[in-house]
Design a protein around this ligand. Sequence first.
Ligand SMILES: [Zn+2]
Length: 89
Amino acid sequence: MMSAIESIGEAWSLGWRIRMRCAHGKRDGMKSIRECLYEADLDMETLVCTREQEFPLSTLAERLKCPRRGSHRVALVFEPPPSRDRATA
Ligand SMILES: [Zn+2]
């Protein structure tokens, strides 16, 4: 799904941004709950400072949890930096 970027160090140095979104949904077991719409921009710099540069992006989602529900079902959205080549063309 992504290009060759595999670690948070790489993503950070290339100016990528990561958004996390709670993927808890509207159900909690059998009962219906209010959907959690928690969303946040992750601070790449802090991530790289607190983990290792080589920390794999693929396991990042497992380490995160929604601060509202404590749910580990979190989806990550990777946003590449806007292409400067195209902007100047
Ligand atoms: Zn949530």
